[in-house]
Design a protein around this ligand. Structure first.
Ligand code: ASP
Length: 324
């Protein structure tokens, strides 16, 4: 059975290598930061040159923000938090400022964070007024004995922590309102970051507005530890984006680490199997970013495109959008 899995992995790696940037070599960089800004039907022919520039600039700013922290010896947790905030503060991505609307025309945002060193984790789901949900997730992790707070309770908690609370009008953007009005136009655009720091610690975080026109109360994979986010210093850190219900049912982020741990396979093998074979076969659109404890990383998706980028201590800085 395991041989069959490996054979499938090898075959898929060859066929779909273009959807898949994987670094795998022996040298261990001091630090690595990988980000995504959502996966989906992102086609060059539908993108204006101007818009493309905006995305690249913002992804670059996000990478540079985390890079500066990691270069200074800062923690992977601080790097991914600051990096995700840059994307949450931009209307370009479906998180924070650019969050999509539910069928009732309001925002219900989800976010989570996990520390690969201690296995501690925090998450919020269905929050309405927190400017940076990733900060609320981190506060749940650091200042409560719980992992996941939802709705009003999470909003109240963020307020009590002194986090910035904004009026719902802050989240209004023309483009999200248009996709809300055109309910069929389901947008992906979740943001996420994973990092390995100079201390050898991994961390992962994800933040989203969820799926456009989702039911009131619907929670996706992004705030579910093990589905949309997972980090373990012994294996890897993963942040996912895509059709959340599939990612929850397949416990995608945890599955990748578990395959590495129990089957003793590499990050590349685990990611290829889960994203390009298992999920693809059942119609689970989306992708992941991941980094392992050796600094190997993956940006892998089974959709037309995924906003993504990587920076590391060896001077690598790579940003991509389409299937190339
Ligand atoms: N995974 C997110 C959700 O299902 C959406 C996305 O990544 O675009 O809520």
């Amino acid at each position: 059975m395991f041989r069959n899995i490996i054979a499938v992995i090898v075959l898929i790696s060859i066929v779909l290598a273009c959807n898949n940037t994987v670094k795998e070599d022996k040298s261990i960089p001091e630090y690595v930061l990988v980000i995504h800004g959502g996966a989906g039907t992102i086609l060059k022919e539908n993108m204006s040159a101007e818009k493309e520039k905006l995305y690249i600039k913002k992804l670059q700013e996000a990478l540079q923000t985390g890079d500066a922290i990691l270069k200074d010896g800062g923690t992977s947790l601080d790097a991914i938090t600051a990096t995700i905030m840059v994307m949450e503060n931009s209307p370009l991505f479906n998180a924070g400022k650019g969050a999509v609307f539910t069928e009732e025309g309001i925002v219900e945002m989800d976010a989570s964070i996990m520390d690969g060193n201690t296995s501690s984790a925090g998450a919020v789901a269905g929050v309405h007024n927190i400017k940076n949900p990733i900060l609320a997730a981190r506060a749940v992790m650091e200042n409560t004995s719980h992992v996941l707070l939802t709705g009003d309770g999470a909003d109240d908690f963020a307020n009590s922590q002194g986090l910035e609370i904004v009026d719902s009008s802050y989240f209004f953007t023309d483009s999200r309102w248009k996709s809300y009005q055109n309910a069929k136009n389901k947008k992906h655009g979740t943001v996420g970051a994973v990092a390995l720091d100079k201390h050898g610690n991994l961390a992962a975080g994800t933040s989203t507005g969820g799926m456009t026109f989702k039911m009131k109360g619907r929670v996706g994979d992004s705030p579910i530890i093990g589905a949309g986010t997972y980090a373990d210093n012994n294996t890897c850190a993963v942040s996912a984006t895509g059709h959340g219900e599939y990612f929850i049912r397949n416990v995608v982020a945890y599955d990748i680490g578990a395959l590495m741990k129990y089957k003793k396979i590499t990050l590349k093998e685990a990611v290829n199997y889960v994203i390009l074979d298992k999920l693809k076969k059942i119609g689970g659109d989306g992708g992941i970013i991941a980094v392992d404890s050796q600094g190997n990383y993956a940006m892998t998706f089974n959709t037309a495109g995924m906003y993504r980028g990587v920076v590391n201590s060896d001077g690598v800085m790579d940003i991509k959008i389409y299937n190339d």
